[in-house]
Design a protein around this ligand. Sequence first.
Ligand code: DX5
Ligand code: ZN
Length: 230
Amino acid sequence: MPTDRNALRSPRRRPLIAPSILSADFARLGEACRHVLDAGADLLHLDIMDGHFVPNLTMGPAVCASLRRAFPTACLDVHLMVTDPAKFVRPFADAGADHCSFHIEAVDDPRPLADVIRASGMTAGLVVNPPTPVVRIEPFVDSFDLVLVMSVNPGFSGQAFIRESLDKVRRLAPRLRSDQRLEIDGGVNQSTAPECLAAGCDVLVAATAVFGASDYAEAISGLRSGAPVA
Ligand code: DX5
Ligand code: ZN
């Protein structure tokens, strides 16, 4: 399990693969996480939903803290889909998260919260939903370590990839510094990953395409390689 809590702070090398535990069997969560980390996952992506910002409920800081205890060297990538992200930064920092992303749709000016996240010892990410124009986030991207482009409307795993999201990726990729990451989330699978990588993404989130696969290592290396699927 060669994992690196600083994966998102390290210089960009190969694309990072972030399995979303939303599609894991929650009754066997520890085992499932061990398997994906052993299979080459770079991050564990935690989808935090409050039943208000999105129409689903998932997990809270207690799950993050348990994963931290079980996997001390794993990089925990928290994706807050909540109406009041400021309320949850400290609880997730205390629970051992390494990274915290929140949505532009939940705030007016995201910069103060990026500062709070970094002051809490985590890297900060800004997320944009499919209906939100890219111009809404452009004035703020310099203040973040990572930009996350949603390629589904968040709430559930297993949805179809919204291809127009790649227009945002193509526009943002050349504008980011070499120390910033561009992540994509939703409907990423063996068919869509090559397009995501070609457009400029270097962190791929995948729930169904990893946890729904019979061979996690094959799924992860397939996503990373970006080889087009015939
Ligand atoms: C969107 C979540 C995603 C989602 C991805 O609701 O933020 O992380 O679980 O699921 P797949 O990879 O199945 O589209
Ligand atoms: Zn997510």
